[in-house]
Ligand binder design. Structure first.
Ligand SMILES: Nc1ncnc2c1ncn2[C@@H]1O[C@H](COP(=O)(O)OP(=O)(O)O)[C@@H](O)[C@H]1O
Ligand SMILES: [Mg+2]
Length: 239
């Protein structure tokens, strides 16, 4: 697809690499401080899924609720701020219907949470525990039913990832990286990691593959947003 070609990739040579294996549809975690390019990278991932799998459905939650996802404003499969839990529940409903055999489809469903950790922190203890249980269930059981999660958040400490870290096959960290983020996400590669990266530059680790230094290329974002929108509208039809 034309909007996925970027000249900067070639200009940078092979030091930077960006080829998310959407064929395997892994769960993906995107980590980075504010302004490091998480949402930008997340949108590229969403668009690639929607483009690679024309029957896939996207559900998107944006806790920050600024204008990043305003192109989804009128979609049922998009929620922001105090309605983020609805997206988790929609994902779980699809999972349960597939587990019960009511829904025999295995079309891919991508459940995306931008600023996941900030959302978690906004909840009281009881709510947070419930959300963590539900989210862990979606991550651990979703895979066999074609349901995958993309989470973006600012840091990667243990408390914020819980038991889910081991179930997430692909991690991406962008921009400046804290010691804790590096040791949580890339424990085997600590020595080779440069913690001071520009916006859109960082590391990607896919289960069982060597660490890669990556650059998230610039794209025609409005073209990608249109592809994402189609994917979210497909989930609207399912509810
Ligand atoms: N790889 C990139 N190429 C070009 N512009 C980018 C890239 N990554 C981020 N940007 C721009 O930088 C700004 C911050 O990125 P954003 O994804 O919103 O960061 P974050 O979500 O981590 O706070 C936005 O204006 C975005 O369009
Ligand atoms: Mg963001």
């Amino acid at each position: 697809m034309k909007c996925f070609i970027d000249k900067r990739l070639a200009d940078y040579g092979d030091r930077f690499f960006w080829d998310i294996p959407v064929e395997r549809v892994p769960h993906i975690l995107v980590v980075g401080s504010s302004g490091s390019g998480k949402t930008y990278a997340t949108k590229i991932l969403l668009a690639r899924f929607a483009d690679t799998y024309p029957d896939s459905q996207l559900l998107v939650a944006d806790y920050k609720a600024d204008s990043d996802f305003s192109f989804l404003e009128d979609c049922q499969g998009f929620k922001r701020f105090d309605e983020v839990a609805d997206i988790l529940n929609m994902g779980l409903t699809i999972l349960e219907n597939r587990q019960k055999g009511i829904d025999t489809s295995r079309d891919f469903v991508i459940v995306c949470f931008d600023e996941y950790n900030a959302w978690q922190n906004s909840l009281d203890k009881k709510e947070r525990e419930q959300v963590t249980r539900d989210y862990t269930r979606l991550i651990q059981l979703g895979r066999s039913f074609g349901i995958f999660v993309i989470i973006s958040q600012q840091d990667a400490h243990k408390a914020s990832l819980g038991q889910s870290r081991d179930s997430i096959g692909t991690v991406i960290a962008l921009g400046r990286l804290s010691k804790e983020t590096i040791s949580m996400l890339f424990s085997n590669d600590k020595e080779v990691i440069n913690p001071n990266n520009d916006r859109g530059v960082g590391y990607m680790k896919i289960d069982g593959k060597p660490l890669r230094h990556i650059l998230v290329p610039g794209y025609n974002m409005s073209a990608l947003e249109n592809v994402i929108r189609q994917g979210v509208l497909r989930s609207d039809n399912a509810f």
